[in-house]
Design a protein around this ligand. Structure first.
Ligand SMILES: [Mn+2]
Length: 332
């Protein structure tokens, strides 16, 4: 996507937000730092302009993100509840309506104008305005560029904190492939607005529950290599969550460990979440190995080096068997 097109997307989104008095912001199920941080940044920005903003999510806010300013304002949507009537619905960090969980149907049925801010590949046509840039490391990075272009009251500490959380979590603490000099300049601007990186890291990465740490320990025990050590598989059955008293959100970030073994090109994490049926697959890869198409084979999608899917049929063991078998075709 060229800069010019992105500029036009910014202008369309800005026009729509300017003429809206009421805005509903949402993101994908099992929201991460990027989804929550981006939603909160928009809330602060739009409210500073006198607009009425609500954030409504299909899942609860993960505990590690509840320190962010105004996180307590985030509401959880319960199925069958009517959506509030608003001028605009903004969807951040996904452009696939099915990833909105229980909110998918009411959002699709709503007469509000829909705006998407996202950085995933292959957006699906359901919204009126798309601001999508797969080259962005995080939706939070894209949003900062949008706000800079939009002007107005965006230079706020609360916005900087929300977007820093979005970026640092989605880039693996500035370690992934889409980290650029430009991103570091963005982060420098966020620090100038008062973000304290040490405090942010402590809140985001060093405030685990003991249950989560034990879950990681047992998950690492399951790690196995396939296809001459080029594919790693980590498996977390539902029983593990129940035995350790761990929650769905505790699995966040585990997929990255599949790539930490020397020689592994493609990592797979297969999880049975305690609060939903089926198997959640997370894919990670490095170099020339891309995983978004492998994820698409299982009904999912994502980025070149990080993708996911949800499989509703077959046991955990069967799904693992199938996915490891299919992974072979993507190796280099
Ligand atoms: Mn993201």
């Amino acid at each position: 996507m060229s800069t010019e097109t992105l500029q036009q997307q910014f202008e369309q989104a800005l026009q729509q937000l300017c003429r809206s008095q009421t805005v509903l912001v949402t993101t994908h199920v099992h929201p991460d730092g990027d989804g929550i941080g981006s939603a909160l940044a928009l809330l602060h920005y739009l409210e500073a302009q006198g607009k009425q903003v609500r954030i409504l999510l299909p899942s609860p806010v993960p505990e590690v993100l509840r320190f962010l300013p105004a996180a307590e304002r985030i509401e959880q949507y319960w199925a069958l509840e009517p959506l509030p009537s608003v001028d605009t619905i903004v969807v951040v960090d996904t452009s696939e309506p099915h990833r909105l969980g229980a909110l998918a149907e009411p959002v699709l049925a709503s007469h509000a104008t829909k705006v998407v801010f996202d950085h995933h590949l292959a957006p699906q046509p359901f919204a009126d305005i798309y601001v999508v840039d797969p080259a962005s490391s995080a939706t939070g990075e894209l949003l900062w560029r949008f706000l800079r272009c939009a002007g107005g009251p965006y230079r706020q500490r609360e916005i900087a904190q929300a977007l820093y959380a979005a970026i640092v979590t989605d880039t693996g603490s500035f370690a992934f492939s889409r980290v650029t000099a430009e991103l570091h300049r963005t982060v420098a601007e966020l620090l100038e607005l008062g973000v304290n990186p040490e405090q942010m890291h402590e809140q985001l990465f060093s405030s685990w529950s003991l249950a989560r740490m034990r879950l990681l320990g047992e998950a690492l025990e399951t790690l196995e290599l396939y296809h001459d050590g080029r594919v790693a598989l980590m498996v977390v059955p539902r029983e593990l969550f129940l035995r350790l008293g761990a929650r769905s959100e505790d699995i966040e970030g585990f997929a990255q460990y599949t790539l930490a073994v020397r020689g592994v090109q493609l990592g797979i994490l297969a999880v049975e979440l305690p609060d939903e049926p089926g198997v959640k697959l997370s894919f990670r890869s490095r170099g020339a190995v891309a995983v978004h198409e492998l994820a698409a084979e299982f009904g999912g999608g994502g980025h070149e080096h990080a993708a996911g899917a949800r499989v509703r049929t077959g046991s955990l063991l069967e799904v693992c068997h199938r996915v490891v078998e299919r992974a072979r075709a993507y190796l280099r």
